[in-house]
Design a binder for this molecule. Sequence first.
Ligand SMILES: [Zn+2]
Length: 190
Amino acid sequence: MMLHIISRATAKDNGLKAYFTGKACKHGHIDLRLTSDGGCYECSRIKQRNMPNKAVKLKEWRDKNKEKVRAYNRKQNTVNGDKRRKSRLEYYYRNKESCSNAKKAWAKANPEKVALARIKRRYIEKQATVCFSNKRKIKEFYENRPKGYHVDHIVPLNNSFVCGLHVEYNLQYLPASENIKKSNKFKGVR
Ligand SMILES: [Zn+2]
């Protein structure tokens, strides 16, 4: 129920952008590491945060000028709030297909980014397992199992790339024969 520990070399061999050692960096963060230089994710997040870029500066200005911002937004919304809402909706519906196609194309061109987003999400979910898993529901799921079916983890708990969660929403019924066939293969990534 945790991110699988792989070495940097393995990550490199598999073309992964990130890997997870389970060990703390020199600043004590337990986080993903970048395959290219072994750098810690949390460290780079902190570095980024401390770098005053445009967005940060803008936020600082907004924080200092809250009244101005509020007045501006209020004015804009009363003057053309409906218009703004309408044009936003129109844009969305007009470009619904191209938006989703662009998204798909991007995902296809960046499989390693998609995979990385997935591992990161899994990592976060792992930290949330305690809050989210419902022991009663899991028990019920096992108890209601139809004859001839196994309880299967949709994302396997023991896969070399991702590890699923022992939570009710990661469970499904599979015919016993199918479950044996499926083993721990996970087709979601690579
Ligand atoms: Zn660090």
